[in-house]
Design a protein around this ligand. Structure first.
Ligand SMILES: Nc1ncnc2c1ncn2[C@@H]1O[C@H](COP(=O)(O)OP(=O)(O)OP(=O)(O)O)[C@@H](O)[C@H]1O
Length: 253
């Protein structure tokens, strides 16, 4: 059985990409077969895993437009992760998709063909609620919502949940919300603790533990083209992601 998780939040810079790269690496350490999918035209996930997005001939854009199969676009990173990469061509593909039939189903249909090769598929959504994020929600079993524990984090969660509700009603009735994952968390401040608790209570969402601590090591990792789990093997941030990954595996049964 493959579990597909969309890591989504239309707010930018909340650690979606970091979460996908780190959980993917942690699940790989647990001997899971993992596919990461970069759905952001900025190609940050692709870049952070050591691949130059502009060097690619075939990307997820071609898969969504139907000119390539997912299996022909997937690359294997230096760390041995399987990645369906992206680059700026995804921006124009997104515009073209708006007028194309089945635009919200295309990712699911493409991933169905390779799903048997993977235990987990992690989808890195762009910071928007457009066709790419809706396509990811349509392909996913579950959504993980990274949030930054600050007051403004509230804004947007309701809008994302409305989109999830619509997707569930019209496209993908099995979609569940795994929960909110506090990132860049400073547990020494009661403010951060209060914000996380308030978000969980307001939206009746599970809060995933442990929260991911704020650490400069995350910002450094992409410069090496490696996940933090490889550049800082014993760091508390890496360990938090490892614990989340272990809990995901346990819950999958
Ligand atoms: N726990 C953390 N502590 C400190 N910095 C972090 C942490 N997690 C992520 N960062 C840094 O925060 C920035 C934003 O992270 P990231 O790119 O993962 O967010 P994102 O939600 O994917 O962004 P976008 O919405 O633009 O795609 C990056 O510079 C990243 O290195």
């Amino acid at each position: 059985m493959t579990t597909t998780i969309a890591v989504a939040n239309q707010k930018g810079g909340v650690a979606k990409t970091t979460t996908v790269a780190s959980l993917g690496t942690a699940l790989g350490e647990l001997k899971q077969r993992v596919l990461l999918v970069d759905l952001d035209p900025q190609g940050s996930l692709t870049f952070s895993l050591g691949i130059d997005p502009e060097d690619l001939d075939v990307t997820v854009a071609d898969v969504l437009l139907g000119t390539s199969l997912a299996e022909d676009a997937i690359v294997i990173t230096d760390d041995g992760l399987h990645l369906l990469p992206s680059n700026l061509s995804l921006g124009s593909a997104e515009e073209q998709l708006v007028g194309r039939t089945g635009r919200e189903q295309r990712l699911r249909v493409a991933l169905d063909k390779v799903a048997a090769d993977y235990d987990w598929i992690l989808l890195d959504c762009p910071p928007a609620l457009g066709v790419l994020t809706v396509g990811a929600l349509s392909a996913a079993d579950s959504v993980l919502i990274p949030i930054q524990a600050e007051t403004l984090a509230h804004r947007g969660v309701g809008q994302l949940l409305d989109t999830i509700h619509d997707v569930r009603q019209f496209i993908n009735s099995k979609l569940t919300v795994m929960g909110v994952l506090p990132t860049m968390y400073d547990g020494r401040t009661t403010h951060a603790q209060n914000v996380v608790r308030a978000i969980g209570e307001t939206y009746e969402l599970p809060v995933i533990t442990p929260p991911i601590p704020r650490t400069i090591r995350f910002a450094e990792a992409p410069a090496y083209g490696r996940s933090i789990l490889d550049t800082a093997t014993t760091h508390k941030g890496a360990d938090a992601y490892r614990q989340v990954a272990a809990a995901m595996l346990a819950a999958q049964g």
